[in-house]
Write a protein that binds this ligand. Structure first.
Ligand code: GSH
Length: 251
């Protein structure tokens, strides 16, 4: 199977959730935008399926994954497919759709994290919406981070198979995605979530467990891993970060 990941170059963004799954499954893939144009790569090649005038299957936005001739749009949809095909999700029906539900909730969180720096419009620069971004970030840290992280912590605590993995008794794409949102939140708001590990200890332990999975550890050391940066969903703007807001009720 030839896998092609179509995502913007230079930022981990939503593409990273799919990249982590491809890496953990040990799959060979082409990261189209990061390949040279002479080898049918680059941004134009990455976007080509979106511009195709002769197909019924038109992606709205990256990321999308091509699996041979199959086109998988939407991050959670691509992960549903990879989970099924490559043992990155439970195989029973409830487990499979439970993992998908959690991934969709992660997608909701990702959108809210993005909106902290672009609360008014994605078409405006951050600099043109700073006051609203400050207000939105404070509310995100005070209310939304505790609500989402408290929920994920509880899902982990109540997993009947034990609190090692989010779903069932082995690692799934959901664990990889939780790793990415915890790392991303800590990158963006180091002060706001400074007590993360005390407030949500199971998620902190899961983050560390994922980081040490042999394939993930090797990937994180490689140049395929793009560091968080200020073109990404999780951006560190010191003016949006406020000390100790996300406490989950623990002061
Ligand atoms: N719900 C989609 C969101 C896709 C999305 O928003 N992609 C961003 C980059 S992370 C993009 O390029 N958006 C362009 C646009 O919305 O106009 C998913 O989870 O894959």
């Amino acid at each position: 199977m030839r896998y092609e990941l179509h995502y913007w170059d230079g930022l981990p963004g939503r593409g990273e959730f799919i990249r982590l799954a491809l890496e953990e499954a040990g799959l060979t893939y082409v990261d189209v935008a990061r390949e040279p144009a002479e080898q049918h790569g680059g941004t134009k090649a990455m976007m080509a399926p979106m511009k195709d005038r002769h197909t019924a299957y038109i992606p709205f936005a990256p990321p999308f994954l091509k699996a041979g001739d199959l086109l998988l749009c939407q991050t959670a949809n691509a992960l549903l497919y990879l989970g099924d095909k490559h043992g990155l999700a439970p195989s029973d029906e409830q487990g499979k759709y439970w993992a998908h539900s959690l991934q969709l909730t992660i997608a909701d969180y990702v959108t809210e994290a993005h909106d902290t720096h672009h609360p008014l419009s994605t078409n405006l620069y951050f600099e043109d919406q700073k006051p609203a971004a400050k207000q939105r970030s404070a509310a995100f840290l005070e209310h939304r981070v505790p609500k989402f992280m408290g929920y994920f912590e509880r899902v982990l605590a109540q997993n009947p198979a034990g609190d090692t993995w989010m779903v069932g008794d082995s690692r799934s794409y959901v664990d990889l995605s939780i790793f990415q949102i915890v790392e991303g939140t800590q990158y963006a708001f180091p002060l706001g979530v400074e007590s993360f590990d005390d407030v949500w200890p199971r998620l902190a332990a899961l983050r560390d467990r994922v980081r040490e999975l042999p394939r993930i550890a090797a990937y994180l050391e490689s140049d395929r891993r793009i560091p968080f940066n200020e073109s990404c969903i999780f951006r560190h703007y010191p003016e949006l970060d406020q000390k100790g807001l996300a406490t989950g009720g623990k002061k």
